[in-house]
Design a protein around this ligand. Structure first.
Ligand code: C2E
Ligand code: CA
Ligand code: CA
Ligand code: CA
Length: 279
């Protein structure tokens, strides 16, 4: 047992080294990515279930790696969060997204929101609200077009400060979405005071609709509760018609997912906007 223990330890520590090396390599290429301008924003439509029209677009960061290897956001976003690089990266996405939406609005497309994901590091900065307003001013984009998506875990992390920042943002007309709702472990009691406008039901609760009995009940109750709190509901990760039918029946306000469209480059979104009837 002793030998086995030692062997296990050696195995463990050498794989840790390999991981640490891999991480360092990723980290430096992550930094270089900025200088080389390899970041892009893709946009995924959100569609109103009443109107069948695009109500918003969520901006999602993409890393266009020249070596062909597309690195998924689920890999590099957490790393950028760990290293703090998420702050300039998030600022870049906000700026690029706002300029792009302004371009679409100026071209005469129907009004819609731009959803931008905000990480814990960004929200913690005391000047976050000022920075956002500065970007809106630079882009000449009225604040009500901007929607910030923030997960409940990020909000709960530093609740008093977070609430204060969200209130400041909402005071000028920016809207707030609670992202990945249902995946955090926070109590429901904070919800009644939450300075927010939309609640996004996580894909985990949408995936098995309408067949999963638990999922169906949870989804129904989330929608009912959100409406009771004056929040609009957006369901994420809607992939098929059966899910859409269930959500419509349950009174969900908007959907987002592969059924409507994958996240797309701006040029491809322009094409979709030209023919804005999604459902
Ligand atoms: P998220 O904010 O929950 O974004 C939704 C994710 O679900 C996106 O993954 C989107 O491509 C994917 N998705 C949308 N519809 C469907 C569907 O019907 N089926 C399935 N299976 N997936 C769907 P993506 O783009 O890979 O982003 C992953 C996560 O990375 C995001 O999750 C978000 O947490 C983070 N992220 C992306 N861009 C940014 C950013 O600019 N800033 C920050 N802080 N985080 C970002
Ligand atoms: Ca999001
Ligand atoms: Ca989400
Ligand atoms: Ca997510």
């Amino acid at each position: 047992a002793k030998d086995l223990g030692r062997n296990n330890f050696q195995f463990y520590s050498s794989s840790m080294n390999a991981r640490a090396l891999e991480r360092m390599a990723m980290e430096s290429s992550l930094r270089r990515m900025f200088e080389r301008q390899e970041l892009r924003v893709h946009y995924q439509p959100q569609v109103g279930l009443q109107s069948g029209r695009i109500t918003g677009l969520e901006g999602l960061v993409r890393w266009e790696h020249p070596v062909g290897n597309m690195i998924a956001p689920s890999v590099f976003v957490p790393l950028a969060e760990e290293t703090g690089l998420i702050v300039p990266m998030g600022e870049w996405v906000l700026q690029a997204g706002c300029y792009q939406l302004k371009t679409w609005l100026d071209a005469g497309f129907a009004p819609m929101r731009l959803g931008i994901n905000v990480s814990a590091h960004q929200l913690q900065k005391s000047d976050f609200a000022e920075l956002v307003m500065q970007v809106l001013k630079e882009c000449d984009l009225p604040p009500h077009y901007l929607n910030l998506e923030i997960t409940e875990t990020v909000i709960m992390h530093n609740m008093n400060e977070a609430f204060e920042t969200l209130r400041r943002l909402r005071a000028v007309g920016i809207t707030i979405s609670i992202d990945d709702f249902g995946t955090g472990f926070s109590s429901l009691s904070y919800l009644k005071d939450l300075p927010a406008d939309h609640l996004k039901i996580d894909r985990a609760f949408v995936q098995n609709l309408p067949f999963g009995n638990n999922e169906a009940n949870i989804a129904r109750h989330i929608i009912e509760m959100a409406h009771g709190l004056n929040l609009k509901v957006i369901a994420e990760g809607v992939e098929n018609q059966a899910q859409l039918d269930f959500l419509r029946e349950a009174g969900c306000d908007e959907i987002q997912g592969f059924l409507v469209s994958r996240p797309l480059a701006a040029e491809d979104i322009t094409e979709i906007l030209t023919n804005d009837e999604m459902l």
